[in-house]
Design a protein around this ligand. Structure first.
Ligand SMILES: *Cc1c(COP(=O)(O)O)cnc(C)c1O
Length: 489
């Protein structure tokens, strides 16, 4: 299969590229991104075939359904990254928390956030492709907490790839910062920045746009790539677990094959939700995808009103920071799928020029045919965390936003799958506060209190962070980034 461009073709770039080309150079004409030319079919026959399949067997068949230009041995090797998850036989377990509500736990990988689900196998594929072509790539990421650790972890010690990760000093949790600054590998660079996440992102954008930095990269024969969810190489791995979670319900005799379900997705850049949408379009029996957000509820407004309006918004810091996002990059792929390239370009141009776009009534209805949305305040999330903790289930604040969608947006006629995107250990002070320990502010103290007062344990990769040697101590002002990068390169 070939991949095409969401905003049409500019006559300079190729108008169709292979999967490997799309993952190495993820930006398309006019600032667009790549999408599959068509979707494979994952219908009842496909599902029936995989009722008894191991995660990796299902995954291989899904990947091959997209007919991508990566051979089976390489795909199998990439998928073997799931062997390092807590339970290699089932990297994505499903927990029942209500008669009709189940949590699909996407966080059992090395960095305890769902980013590992895609970044682990994707990192292997990207590095292999770079090596095969004898090309060198630099991946730069600005992180508010979860993307950084997962990106560093997947690329560490991979030949032909260098990763530089910028984080706002003081803007991440202790666990998230330690996950980055204790990573030891020659090809990794971690830089703390004086400023908040927005400043960090802007500094990265400025650096990537600067001509002398581009010239430096060129003189060193290094190309730029990206590992965020504009890269289709991440999205392809995010269709798999939606199908897997559905089959888990079948295996547990909670549904019969063919019965519809609701999916609830805590959303930021919409990669996770897009994976669910592609699975639904390909034939997975999904009634509706419920998008949950925090008070940065631009997705709620978009789905309810048809307007995507940044003009009146400023980013608000919340207890679910991975969803503190206003420009959600993957809705572009939904717009393309529903309305085509010409209209997508029109809407995205409006957003770039006027900081907003408005869909027609008919377009809004087309979005609402698949999605509904709601959002939670921090205190509502804390109340859900406390409620489920009292029933023996500890969830993180991102997952907690889903409980409002479950309560408010499902008529309880069908089973619901909630996606849990982080382990509680990454946001332990918030969980402790929800459980009545408002005076605990340090991660170490929160982890200890929760471990001692509930039924959960702290995994070794989190526990061990606090005694690991710190390898990256650089914290710079904006002006210092370029110099640090040149030393690294
Ligand atoms: C990245 C992330 C999200 C948002 O996922 P998207 O695919 O960007 O919508 C939600 N929760 C957590 C914990 C995350 O790390």
């Amino acid at each position: 299969m070939q991949f095409i461009e969401t905003r049409g073709n500019d006559g300079v770039k190729a108008n169709r590229v292979s999967f490997s080309e799309a993952i190495l150079s993820p930006s398309a004409s006019f600032g667009g991104i790549y999408v599959p030319e068509f979707l494979p079919t994952f219908d009842t026959e496909f599902l029936t075939k995989h009722v008894g399949s191991h995660y990796k067997t299902l995954a291989l068949d899904v990947l091959q359904g997209f007919d991508i230009d990566i051979d089976e041995a390489t795909l199998t090797e990439a998928l073997s990254r799931y062997d390092a998850f807590d339970d290699p036989a089932n990297p994505v377990p499903l927990s029942k928390i209500e008669e009709d509500c189940f949590v699909s736990e996407l966080y059992h990988g090395p960095t305890r956030a769902f980013k590992d689900m895609a970044l682990q196998p994707f990192g292997y594929l990207l590095a292999k492709e770079a090596q095969k072509r004898n090309e060198n790539y630099l991946i730069m990421a600005a992180t508010s907490g979860d993307t950084g650790p997962a990106t560093l972890e997947t690329f560490k010690n991979q030949d032909n790839i260098k990763v530089a990760c910028l984080y706002p000093n003081g803007g991440t949790s202790d666990v998230q910062r330690l996950q980055m600054v204790t990573e030891e590998a020659e090809n990794l660079k971690v830089i703390g920045v004086h400023g908040n996440f927005d400043d960090t992102q802007n500094m990265l954008k400025e650096l990537l746009a600067s001509e002398d930095f581009k010239a430096e990269l060129e003189s060193r024969n290094i190309k730029l790539s990206a590992a965020n969810s504009v890269n289709f190489g991440r999205i392809i791995f995010q269709t798999i677990y939606h199908i897997h979670s559905y089959l888990e319900l079948v295996r547990k005799n909670e549904i019969t094959l063919g019965e519809k379900v609701y999916l609830v997705v805590p959303s930021g850049n919409f990669g996770n939700a897009l994976g669910g949408f592609y699975a639904k379009e390909a034939g997975l029996p999904v009634e509706r995808i419920l998008i949950s957000s925090n008070v940065n509820n631009i997705l709620t407004d978009w789905i309810e009103s048809g307007e995507y309006d940044l003009t009146t918004r400023e980013l608000i810091k919340t207890e679910s920071p991975a969803m503190d996002i206003l420009k959600s990059s993957n809705i572009e792929r939904i717009l393309f799928h529903k309305f085509g390239a010409e209209r997508t370009k029109e809407l995205m141009d409006d957003l770039a020029n006027n900081n907003k776009f408005s869909m027609t009534e008919a377009e809004k209805e087309a979005i609402q045919a698949d999605f509904s949305a709601t959002y939670s305040q921090d205190d509502e999330c804390e109340a859900y965390i406390a409620k489920y903790a009292s029933q023996g289930y500890i969830m993180d604040p991102h997952t907690a936003t889903c409980m409002k969608s479950y309560e408010k947006d499902t008529p309880k006629d069908l089973k619901t799958i909630i996606y849990s995107t982080a382990e509680w250990t990454k946001f332990s002070p918030t969980v402790a506060r929800a459980l009545g320990q408002a005076d605990i502010t340090e991660d170490t103290e929160a982890l200890e209190w929760i471990k001692n007062n509930t039924n959960v344990t702290v995994p070794s990769m989190i526990d061990g962070l606090f005694t690991k040697e710190v390898k990256h101590t650089v914290i710079v002002e904006k002006e210092g980034i370029k110099g640090e990068m040149l030393v690294f390169l």
